[in-house]
Design a protein around this ligand. Structure first.
Ligand SMILES: Nc1nc2c(c(=O)[nH]1)N[C@H]1C(S)=C(S)[C@@H](COP(=O)(O)OP(=O)(O)OC[C@H]3O[C@@H](n4cnc5c(=O)[nH]c(N)nc54)[C@H](O)[C@@H]3O)O[C@H]1N2
Ligand SMILES: Nc1nc2c(c(=O)[nH]1)N[C@H]1C(S)=C(S)[C@@H](COP(=O)(O)OP(=O)(O)OC[C@H]3O[C@@H](n4cnc5c(=O)[nH]c(N)nc54)[C@H](O)[C@@H]3O)O[C@H]1N2
Ligand SMILES: [Mo]
Length: 827
């Protein structure tokens, strides 16, 4: 078959349906002027004018005028290019760009530990590259000699940039492994709770796996539920290159007129776009609502006992909990309603509708990014098990329809290898590579820094915190992504040295001792594949412009440090950038040959004007998740101890955790709106932003112009809550709780359930008094307000969505935002 022909159009998708979808107001996913509605542009300009590149936002042509990168122009293979492309050139040239190697003044003058309270506050001094490399290699050696490698934290979590070679996190790990090792992290902020509990429940990670594909959903599902998912927005990006296939899927679903229900305290862009029925539970109470649905299914005899008998274990224990036999409380719809504030009749009707239809329960991840977050997806699996549609076309549940375009049919394509942290090839998913001496659950980082030697529970194990003296961070932004910024500010003072590479003066870079300017992926050569599940695309990422100022690639920086430390060619294996890239391609080519997949030679690929496009075969087009297990439960058992879906887990029971019982259970979060004597009246929803990838592109002014209010991050609030506080649309407001306070700009909108305000994650922390614990954040980073607590002893995931707050109109003159102005000093 031909694998490099035109992009595959999923299922019943037609060009007409795309046009229709794109013309609809409110579809955040459909980009502006360049797309669909007008005549297509010529695919590529002449050589030098437009250079094929790639990003988390999709492949694009970097349009170069007079040596300047002026436009990231979408390609025809991308049917739903994102508005965020417009922010790419803008961010590259933004004032926030780090220009030179920089060292905090007193650190440079007095050495490690110098005046560490001024981290984040003090000015930086420019140094030469030679000085910077000397300083860092000397410091890595000193810390190793003095404290051992266990004192070096290289866990460095974050979204970096795409590219198989310039994978800065793996490059950091590679350098530190040469140097004897480091402390790594385990888990991530995305699915911290779910990725730990799902293996106990269904024997797989689940959250990062292919979904029943879109053509099958469109054809078979008669009811689709977006349960705490905003796929129109969150599918704009991919962990690797984005190909936006799920947006084609949703367009086809809409075209068909399939019924969609959205369960979310916010009427999201996706709910609007899909014309979905909106059900708005009180935040953090979905587990109770799910139990009410399970109870209704059971009491009305709508559950599939045959499925439960054959494919699950533990329904007996779980049903004893539903009936109240085990704990004295019957989990009726009325019981659930009192907690989640969705009318009991609605809960009962949902149960009946789920049972009467071929129902696909699509869940996002916010629900597990909160206290006791393990329970939500377990309870969802319980509903799906009782419905008995798991493994049927268009039925069951899916935990990745909103992420990296899950459900886009998997193409027949080779897998590109990439640079590894250990220097060894990685079996299976590359991000699961084990590297380093030990790992801590990453959302416990502040706790780790503050409490060396402390022992915590984690998924049946004990983890002892190391005593960290050196932090090395590349490709992540903890001063934005980690919960409770003020505690982090305190914790961050603890190590003797903090080193950061970034392209931009992020809040994290500002809190370092040594800051190095990385170049962007548009200033170096690389190669990448996309999407994560579909493997539909492969593209060269050809250097589009020369590195700005004195920026260098992380590869070159770590290579120099490694050489300085005496590791010779241990880091680069004696190969150049282009030799590495060609090597990755050739490995893919070898796989392709063995599988009879057409692929051109490297030169043809590298000089191509368009990405390679791979097509799915019949198997890919018809994939139904769990169909194999349903057909052959004995031959295709799940990876759980019983081989079946576990609605009761003996393994979890054996751990004996009070905050993670052995079956899906409602437990009150540490703080929530229904709490007796709740100290603050509003819940803070910190969902993912429409015009950013977390904090990336916050420094792009063209995008900020679309969403900021008075130059600040927008805070969405219901008309009732705004009126009660005398807040008008456009006002500067102060959002606060015991953990801190931020300014933001009010957007008064009926999209918000009363009692809930939204401030998106990823907003750059902008302290009015830099480095000071408790400083007012002038721009609006929600993590100043979110709690720093593990979801439970099982997963220790983050609780970014656990925060109650109050809001008031900010009186007086609001201090100007300075987060995006660049170095906090000359240079
Ligand atoms: N309250 C709350 N908090 C949350 C969330 C939430 O929902 N609510 N979501 C969480 C989730 S799911 C996630 S994944 C995290 C995201 O947290 P992060 O992954 O830390 O967020 P990013 O903004 O993507 O940070 C990536 C950083 O890497 C830099 N970078 C990019 N490419 C390169 C490179 O080649 N070299 C170097 N040296 N640097 C590079 C970018 O400039 C940027 O500063 O946030 C989490 N935090
Ligand atoms: N544009 C864009 N896309 C992204 C990202 C980005 O930063 N920008 N980040 C990517 C990453 S790393 C990740 S992990 C994923 C994140 O994917 P998700 O975690 O699924 O995304 P969120 O936006 O945090 O939350 C999804 C929806 O859940 C709702 N929600 C919040 N609390 C509750 C609740 O208590 N109950 C219910 N029922 N719903 C609730 C939110 O209002 C939101 O509409 O997105 C990815 N995609
Ligand atoms: Mo994430």
């Amino acid at each position: 078959m031909g694998h490099m022909t035109k992009a595959h159009a999923a299922g019943t998708l037609t060009r007409r349906s795309l046009l229709k979808a794109s013309a609809l107001a409110g579809l955040g996913a459909v980009a502006g002027p360049s797309l669909l509605l007008g005549p297509r542009r010529a695919a590529a300009q002449g050589a030098g004018g437009a250079i094929l590149q790639g990003s988390h936002w999709g492949p694009f042509h970097a349009v170069i005028e007079d040596g300047k990168f002026v436009e990231a122009r979408s390609l025809d293979v991308d049917k739903f290019p994102t508005d965020m492309l417009a922010g790419i050139p803008d961010s590259v040239y933004s004032d926030a760009r780090i220009r030179y190697p920089m060292v905090r003044k007193s650190y440079l003058e007095n050495g490690p530990r110098a005046n560490d309270e001024s981290r984040g506050a003090e000015e930086f001094v420019r140094v030469s590259w030679d000085e910077a490399i000397d300083l860092i290699s000397g410091e890595l050696q000193r810390v190793k000699d003095t404290y051992g490698n266990e004192a070096i934290f290289g866990g460095s979590y974050g979204w970096k940039s795409v590219g198989k070679l310039h994978n800065c996190r793996n490059l950091l790990g590679r350098m530190l492994n040469l140097h004897g090792g480091y402390i790594n992290h385990t888990g991530d902020y995305s699915t911290g709770a779910s990725q730990v509990i799902m293996p106990h429940v269904v024997g797989r990670l689940e959250v990062y796996e292919q979904q029943t594909v879109w053509p099958v959903v469109v054809e078979n599902s008669t009811l689709v539920v977006l349960w705490g998912a905003n796929p129109m927005i969150t599918n704009q990006i991919d962990w690797i290159l984005c190909e936006h296939g799920a947006l084609e899927g949703f367009a086809a679903l809409k075209d068909k007129g399939t019924r969609v229900i959205g369960i979310d305290p916010v009427r999201s862009d996706s709910i609007d776009e899909m014309n979905a029925e909106w059900i708005a539970p009180r935040p953090q109470t979905d587990v109770a609502m799910m139990l009410g649905i399970c109870h209704t299914l059971m009491s009305e005899g709508l559950h599939d006992q045959d499925f439960l008998d054959e494919y699950t274990v533990g329904f007996e224990e779980f049903s004893a909990y539903l009936s109240g036999e085990s704990d004295g409380t019957e989990k009726t719809a009325d019981w659930a309603s009192a907690i989640c504030e969705v009318p009991a009749d609605t809960i009962r009707q949902l149960a009946r509708d789920f049972a009467a239809n071929r129902t696909m329960l699509m869940s996002g991840w916010a629900m597990q990014r909160m206290d006791h977050g393990e329970q939500a997806h377990w309870a969802l699996v319980a509903i799906a098990s009782m419905l008995g549609q798991i493994g049927l076309p268009g039925g069951g549940f899916g935990l990745s329809y909103h992420y990296s375009n899950g459900g886009t049919p998997t193409a027949v394509a080779p897998v590109l290898p990439g640079i590894t942290a250990t220097g060894k090839a990685v079996e299976g998913a590359a991000w699961l590579e084990k590297s380093g001496l030990a790992s801590i659950p990453l959302a416990r980082i502040a706790d780790m820094l503050l409490n060396p030697g402390k022992v915590i529970d984690f998924n049946g194990d004990k983890v002892t915190y190391p005593d960290i003296q050196l932090i090395y961070w590349v490709g992540g932004n903890p001063f934005v992504h980690h919960q409770d910024t003020n505690t982090l500010t305190k914790a961050w003072r603890k190590p003797e040295t903090v080193i950061v590479h970034d392209m931009y003066w992020t809040p994290t870079a500002r809190h370092a001792d040594i800051v190095l300017p990385a170049n962007t992926s548009y200033e170096r050569n690389d190669i990448e594949q996309g999407g994560s599940y579909s493997l539909r695309l492969m593209t060269p990422m050809r250097k589009a412009i020369d590195p700005l100022y004195e920026s260098r690639s992380d590869f070159d920086i770590f290579n120099e440090i490694s050489k300085k430390l005496g590791y010779g060619t241990g880091f680069d294996d004696g190969k150049t950038e282009m030799e590495w890239i060609e090597g990755f391609y050739d490995a893919a080519l070898t796989q392709a040959k063995a599988r009879r997949i057409d692929m051109p030679d490297f030169d043809t690929f590298w000089n191509g004007e368009q990405p390679l496009v791979f097509e799915p075969d019949e198997e890919g087009l018809n994939y139904v998740r769990y169909a194999d297990f349903r057909e052959e439960p004995l031959l295709e058992p799940l990876g759980t101890p019983s081989g079946k879906i576990e609605l009761y887990s003996r393994a979890i029971e054996a751990m004996g955790y009070d905050d993670c019982p052995p079956h899906p259970t409602w437990m009150e979060p540490v703080e929530w709106l229904g709490q007796e004597g709740a100290k603050y009246p509003l819940h803070l929803d910190t969902a993912h932003p429409k015009y950013r990838l977390h904090s990336q592109l916050n420094n792009a002014e063209v995008l900020r112009d679309k969403y900021t209010v008075s130059g600040r991050e927008p805070m969405l609030i219901s008309p009732a809550d705004a009126e009660a506080r005398g807040i008008a649309d456009g006002d500067v407001v102060r959002i606060f709780n015991d953990r801190g306070a931020v300014l933001a700009g009010a957007v008064v909108t009926d999209r918000m359930r009363p009692g809930v305000v939204r401030l998106n994650e990823g907003a750059w922390y902008d302290p009015a008094e830099p480095g000071v614990v408790g400083a007012l954040d002038k721009y609006g980073s929600p993590n100043v307000l979110a709690i720093d607590k593990g979801t439970s002893k099982l997963a220790q995931g983050n609780c970014g969505h656990t925060a109650i707050v109050d809001v008031e109109k900010f009186e007086g003159e609001a201090p100007p935002v300075t987060a995006f102005t660049g170095a906090p000093s000359a240079g």
